[in-house]
Design a protein around this ligand. Structure first.
Ligand SMILES: *[C@@H]1O[C@H](CO)[C@@H](O)[C@H](O)[C@H]1NC(C)=O
Ligand SMILES: *[C@@H]1O[C@H](CO)[C@@H](O)[C@H](O)[C@H]1NC(C)=O
Ligand SMILES: *[C@@H]1O[C@H](CO)[C@@H](O)[C@H](O)[C@H]1NC(C)=O
Ligand SMILES: *[C@@H]1O[C@H](CO)[C@@H](O)[C@H](O)[C@H]1NC(C)=O
Length: 255
């Protein structure tokens, strides 16, 4: 278990945190309620807002309870709500100004933290803990963050030995996307694909094909994110881009 991190918190709140931590190893407290989170990992796109909901079972009111969402250690937390108010002093730096608590249904035991402008940093495991006096219960949630990159830009480049290649580039992906080329007849075309990570961890793609016959017209570059469900729901999963009219002809003339 990690040591309680008191930081610049005042001594009383540091003690409270410490006492609070003492409760945790026992697992669910002797509470007559349980906290439930979504059973499956939640999925969010970089830049979107995402709610991490938790609720009480039975659906008694959570008004007056302390509600806390946290990652590795209970404090500093992702979001803390106590005595009907947000407690910003106990929030992690990384979430400052990026969370709001939805308490519309707190009377039936439901609350959710909304993370704004999701980044790759937000990927991982979360816990929510509902506490009343010395009773508490907690649930674990998983958030998977995906990056849907830009539409591929595709163009024809001339190689040093006067050959031609199709090149497809796109940025903003996570995790590594699937990149595929197809010819006019829908057959796969072998390609060389490289990924490079930006400062935020998102991946840029460069993929090149060198068709034997030099016919790049009609080649399609497809990039898709393996995490995103195809066509269902709100997500666009893949992009296709096709070389329609090319400068192949002029390049050939120059050979
Ligand atoms: C609690 O759950 C029961 C059963 O699902 C439902 O009938 C009731 O309306 C809920 N109470 C509140 C306050 O939402
Ligand atoms: C979202 O986060 C990114 C990366 O931290 C930042 O560059 C961008 O300005 C943020 N957008 C908004 C709307 O806050
Ligand atoms: C993101 O979080 C999920 C769920 O907790 C985890 O399975 C996955 O390994 C994490 N991915 C990265 C790249 O950290
Ligand atoms: C891209 O091409 C693939 C393979 O031909 C196809 O299955 C997919 O539906 C296309 N996606 C879009 C967005 O057009």
């Amino acid at each position: 278990m990690s040591r309680p991190h008191c930081g610049d918190a005042s001594l009383p709140s540091c003690l409270v945190t410490f006492v609070f931590l003492q409760f945790l190893p026992a697992g669910n407290g002797k509470a007559d309620f349980r906290v439930l989170g979504p059973p499956d990992p939640l999925l969010a796109l970089v830049g979107q807002d995402k709610e991490l909901p938790c609720k009480l079972s039975p659906n008694i009111s959570a008004e007056g309870m302390e509600l806390r969402w946290y990652r590795d250690q209970p404090s500093p937390a992702v979001h803390v709500y106590r005595n009907g108010k947000d407690v910003w002093e106990e929030q992690m730096e990384a979430y400052r100004g990026r969370t709001t608590l939805t308490t519309d249904h707190v009377a039936r035991g439901e609350a959710a933290v909304r993370i704004h402008n999701v980044t790759l940093f937000d990927n991982g495991t979360y816990h929510c803990i509902f506490k009343e006096h010395t009773s508490y219960s907690q649930a674990t949630l998983w958030l998977r963050v995906a990056g849907l990159g830009s539409a591929p830009r595709i163009h024809v480049i001339e190689t040093q030995d006067n050959g031609i290649q199709g090149e497809c580039t796109s940025a903003g992906w996570f995790p590594e996307p699937k990149v595929e080329w197809q010819d006019l007849r829908g057959r796969k075309v072998p390609a060389v694909t490289h990924f490079s990570a930006s400062a935020t961890g998102l991946l840029a793609v460069t993929s090149t094909v060198a068709p034997q016959d030099g016919a790049v017209e009609g080649l399609t570059c497809s990039i898709s994110n393996p995490l995103l469900p195809g066509r269902k729901g709100q997500y666009i999963q893949s992009y296709n881009s096709t070389i329609r009219r090319t400068n192949t002809f002029s390049l050939k003339v120059r050979l």
